[in-house]
Design a protein. Structure first.
Lengths: 113, 113
């Protein structure tokens, strides 16, 4: 069964550093998303992406965040200057028109120290 | 209360018993989905129910939706130890099935052998 692949599975970074979280969505999916889950809290929507542009973003997705689809397969989330409160599990998801839900990746656990 | 609140927060049952959890939401929805998350892992899509549906089945899972009460329930029949996980409902507010979802805080289910 097709999977959404996320790398790395765990990343530790120092406060103020830039990180790039990578995702390979399912090949025939056209809608891409990033969600995050702070430990013990709800899964929160960050951003949706379609047709090479952001469709919607949440209040969390401020200027320090950006997304990119640099080629036909990867979908990345960049955090420019990480803060301690960015520590969370970040999930990538993809879907296609008419699908019965999203397919989520296994997540990247980001730890900012 | 927030959109998509699960009840109870935690549930402990024995193998073979049924597990029922509920989700309440506040605004009109297009569809509602249930996801499972094993500890520290990704989100696995279980089932989607559309706003014009009242009940859906998938294997040992049964989902109901009552739009008049703005609530949904997930029933896991004949539970197994492997069903131990957190279960989340997610509501889609837009008519597009590829719009963003809002997740609840989850019900943590523990199934003991």
């Amino acid at each position: 069964e097709p999977e959404v692949t996320q790398t790395p599975s765990h990343q530790v970074t120092q406060m103020g550093q830039e990180v790039i979280l990578r995702c390979v969505p399912i090949s025939n999916h056209l809608y891409f998303y990033w969600y995050r889950q702070i430990l013990g809290q709800k899964v929160e929507f960050l951003v949706s992406f379609y047709n090479n542009e952001i469709s919607e973003k949440s209040e969390i997705f401020d200027d320090q965040f950006s997304v990119e689809r640099p080629d036909g397969s990867n979908f990345t989330l960049k955090i420019r200057s990480t803060k301690l409160e960015d520590s969370a599990m970040y999930f990538c998801a993809s879907t296609k028109q008419g699908a019965n839900g999203y397919t989520f990746g296994s997540g990247t656990r980001l730890t900012v120290v | 209360s927030q959109q998509g609140e699960e009840d109870p927060q935690a549930l402990s049952i024995q193998e073979g018993e049924n597990a029922t959890m509920n989700c309440s939401y506040k605004t009109s929805i297009n569809n509602l989905q249930w996801y499972r998350q094993n500890s520290g892992r990704g989100l696995v899509h279980l089932i989607l129910i559309r706003s014009n549906e009242r009940e859906k089945h998938s294997g040992r899972l049964r989902v109901t939706l009552d739009t008049s009460k703005k609530s949904s329930s997930l029933l896991i029949t004949a539970s197994r130890a492997a069903d131990t996980a957190s279960y989340f409902c997610a509501t889609a507010l837009t008519t597009d099935s590829w719009g963003k979802f809002q997740f609840g805080a989850g019900t943590q289910v523990v199934v003991t052998p």
